[in-house]
Design a protein around this ligand. Structure first.
Ligand SMILES: Nc1ncnc2c1ncn2[C@@H]1O[C@H](COP(=O)(O)OP(=O)(O)OP(=O)(O)O)[C@@H](O)[C@H]1O
Ligand SMILES: [Mg+2]
Length: 258
């Protein structure tokens, strides 16, 4: 079953014709329910723009986004805010936890905003925290746990209300390789356990190798997609091959990150 369908998405920034940037240029794809999907591409290829348009944070210049059959461009104002809060989950590079709330309160936030009964909230938060191996940290504050643990709390918050889609933009971007692995294991687990459909933008071929499908974007268009077979190692190699095929811009970008 298709949970997300984008058709002919374009996004043009800037008003005067000379200053125009065509960040998306006829991007189309479909995502099956329950998939763990990666999105890769050179710097400036339109990944963040795509994620923001798919997640209703930004409107496309033209084209449509269907989430679970619903044309998201029809949603306005309060309705759109509710849709985003109830049906979507977000994970950011810098975790975006609230410093004044405990880890438990941070994870509970989507359920509290939804006015669920307190006992049900507590039970659900404990369940999700246990999946992610952070149940011992619930009473701590974000500044009292590591970056990887903060990101796992952010993942818990993103799925606690059982959204139809979870969006993640460079979730391992600030993490060392050990924490990055723990975070990717966490995504894999919630994908399997909670059946969450996940869309993750990443520069990191290692992180992408945990996905089931990786879409590659170049110049705002779909370049190609690859699907994981049996082993993660083999998929990692396949990802590297596509990236080197895509060429220059990507290598330069990786070079200035390392
Ligand atoms: N608000 C904006 N106004 C004008 N141009 C923008 C804006 N946001 C992005 N762009 C341009 O649109 C293009 C795509 O940007 P986007 O941020 O989607 O790329 P990206 O693939 O996420 O890059 P990176 O890997 O560096 O994060 C770039 O040329 C960028 O400069
Ligand atoms: Mg980006």
């Amino acid at each position: 079953m298709t949970i997300l369908k984008a058709s002919g998405l374009t996004k043009v920034y800037g008003s005067s014709r000379r200053a125009e940037t065509r960040a998306l240029d006829g991007f189309s794809f479909e995502v099956e329910k329950g998939r763990f999907v990666g999105i890769m591409g050179p710097s400036g290829s339109g990944k963040t723009t795509l994620l923001n348009v798919l997640a209703t944070i930004d409107a496309p210049t033209s084209g449509t986004v269907l989430v679970d059959g619903l044309d998201t461009s029809r949603l306005k104002g309060e309705e759109l805010a509710l849709f985003r809060r109830k049906r979507l989950g977000f994970v950011f590079q810098d975790y975006n936890l609230l410093d004044s709330l405990s880890i438990e309160e941070n994870i509970a936030l989507p359920l509290v905003l939804d006015r669920r009964p307190l006992t049900a909230i507590k039970r659900r938060v404990e369940e999700v925290a246990a999946w992610l191996g952070i149940e011992e940290l619930l009473n701590r504050f974000p500044y009292e746990v590591s970056g990887g643990q903060q990101q796992r709390a952010a993942i818990a918050r993103a799925i606690v209300h059982e959204p139809v889609l979870v969006f993640a933009d460079e979730p391992t971007g600030n993490l060392d390789s050990r924490s990055a692995r723990a975070v990717m294991d966490a995504f894999t687990l919630i994908n399997a356990r909670a059946g969450a459909t996940i869309l993750m933008v990443t520069h990191d071929p290692f992180a992408a190798s945990f996905c089931q499908t990786v879409f590659f974007i170049r110049d705002g268009r779909l370049y190609t997609e690859i699907h994981r077979g049996d082993g993660r190692q083999a998929f990692f190699q396949q990802i590297l091959d596509v990236l080197s095929q895509m060429g220059g811009a990507y290598d330069e970008h990786v070079a200035d990150r390392v």
